[in-house]
Design a protein. Structure first.
Length: 164
């Protein structure tokens, strides 16, 4: 059983990061992705629907991370203790929910002088049809880049906590 803190941190970070990508891009439902940022202040949107979709997404997101930590640590022979892992997953859940409600991250970007970067690409509408027949939006947006940077930073903190 590997017990050094550096090894526990490295394993926890790799497992959290991989699970986050899987949860965000494969496990999250289309409904959750399209609804989690809704707010009453926008025409045709509902804050209640946004909160519910975001909570459901975060539950599956943290569940995926928890399974990855549990299974990965067992396979790697890394001893992660339950209380720090629970604390790490709580940090991951809370910070993920805050970012995925979108408005808090937009306000943070504005407050830190990143508002223009956050809005980068928001006015681009791709009406072309790709070879696979799919049309529409793209992920090359400032808001997506800042969202992912936020998650990566908090996942690092969560891995530090999990490795305690």
């Amino acid at each position: 059983m590997i017990s050094s803190r550096a090894a526990r941190f490295a394993a926890a970070y790799a497992l959290l990061r991989a699970a986050a990508d899987v949860a965000d891009h494969w496990i999250q439902t289309d409904h959750q992705a399209c609804t989690k940022g809704q707010h009453d202040g926008h025409e045709g949107q509902s804050s209640a629907a946004g909160r519910a979709a975001c909570a459901a997404h975060v539950a599956s997101y943290v569940g995926t991370q928890g399974l990855a930590l549990w299974g990965g640590a067992r396979l790697l022979g890394v001893r992660l203790r339950p209380v720090p892992v629970a604390a790490a997953l709580t940090v991951s859940a809370v910070t993920h929910y805050v970012a995925d409600r979108r408005e808090p991250l937009r306000r943070l970007a504005e407050a830190t002088g990143k508002g223009d970067f956050y809005a980068l690409g928001a006015d681009v509408v791709d009406t072309s049809t790709a070879e696979d027949g799919i049309t529409g939006r793209h992920l090359g947006r400032g808001s997506y880049a800042l969202d992912q940077a936020w998650h990566h930073g908090w996942e690092t903190i969560a891995a530090l906590i999990a490795s305690a």
